[in-house]
Design a protein around this ligand. Structure first.
Ligand code: HSE
Length: 291
């Protein structure tokens, strides 16, 4: 009588594809939902203490928006969430909660809303389609959003592609990391990013891992965000010397993401490099090798 969904974490931007590219990661949250006599919540996971346990809870509110859209009334819900996704680290934890809540609620009432509708609703809540698109469709996605409708195309990640994330031990809100961005950009920087986003997308689709290094560079957001993350500038400059195919800030940060060729056997060297740069800045961090 209830539903249970498993939702992947995600990384957004992949360097140049600001608010455009996303990739699902093998790090998950689970949401269970069922009708109840009175609304109650169970949260399991280090990261979840502190979330509201009343009807102001995001998962509850998102579920109610699905019921409203479908013309169904289920005012009281029992909601359970388990999560391995660290909060406010640039790994799409809020997107995974939104997508999980939308999907679980829709499933609970027989899935009257299509995936495209859920994608539009999720994007309107997040204001950008990259994290929610990856959590909803999986794989690598390239997406657009016109303020009403989001459209995404899924690309199958190259078989040898792995992801090494270094997760600094501090939180950085997306709004703070967006406040430092300029309101306008110059034409040459726009072209710099468009060309690299196009090449990166095509390289990922074609499995051309050799093109990732040049195509993952960015001038639209990372240079401005570097001041918020000690060690970031050096990691972006030098990680490819230690085995990364390419490196980027994961979403709005502070997590730093490197793409790795599984066959290169360089993940350990890269991991040591990332942790030492962050440690030099006095920042404890942990790494995870994901796909
Ligand atoms: N594309 C978004 C950003 C992702 O970089 O701000 C953050 O959630």
């Amino acid at each position: 009588e209830g539903t249970r969904v498993k939702i992947p974490a995600s990384t957004a931007n992949l360097g140049p594809g600001f608010d455009t590219l996303g990739m699902a990661l093998t790090l998950y949250a689970w949401i269970e939902m069922k009708p109840a006599e009175t609304t109650l919540f169970h949260f399991h996971g280090d990261n979840l203490e502190g979330l509201p346990k009343d009807k102001s809870n995001l998962i509850y509110k998102v579920a109610q928006s699905v019921f409203a859209e479908a013309g169904v009334s289920i005012p009281e819900l029992e909601i359970t969430m388990y999560s391995d996704i660290p909060l406010t680290r640039g790994l799409g934890s809020s997107a995974s909660a939104i997508v999980g809540a939308l999907f679980a609620a829709n499933l609970l009432i027989g899935s009257p809303l299509g995936l495209e509708k859920l994608f539009d609703m999720a994007t309107a809540l997040e204001n950008h389609p990259d994290n929610v698109g990856a959590s909803l469709f999986g794989g690598i996605i390239t997406a657009i959003w016109d303020g009403f409708h989001a459209t995404a195309l899924r690309i199958e990640p190259p078989a040898n592609l792995e992801v090494l994330v270094a997760i600094p031990d501090f939180q950085l809100s997306t709004s703070k990391a967006r406040e430092v961005l300029p309101k306008q950009v110059g034409m040459s920087d726009a072209v710099y990013n468009i060309s690299r986003t196009s090449l990166l997308t095509a390289a990922l689709a074609a499995g051309r891992l050799d093109l990732i290094k040049e195509s993952m560079r960015d001038r639209l957001h990372q240079p401005f965000r570097a001041s918020l993350i000690p060690g970031m500038a050096r990691i972006l400059e030098e990680a490819t010397l230690h085995g990364a195919l390419g490196t980027a800030l994961s979403g709005a940060g502070p997590t730093l993401l490197s793409l790795v060729d599984r066959n290169s056997n360089q993940a350990e060297e890269l991991e040591a490099f990332l942790l030492s740069v962050l440690a030099n800045e006095g920042i404890p961090a942990k790494t995870l090798l994901l796909k």
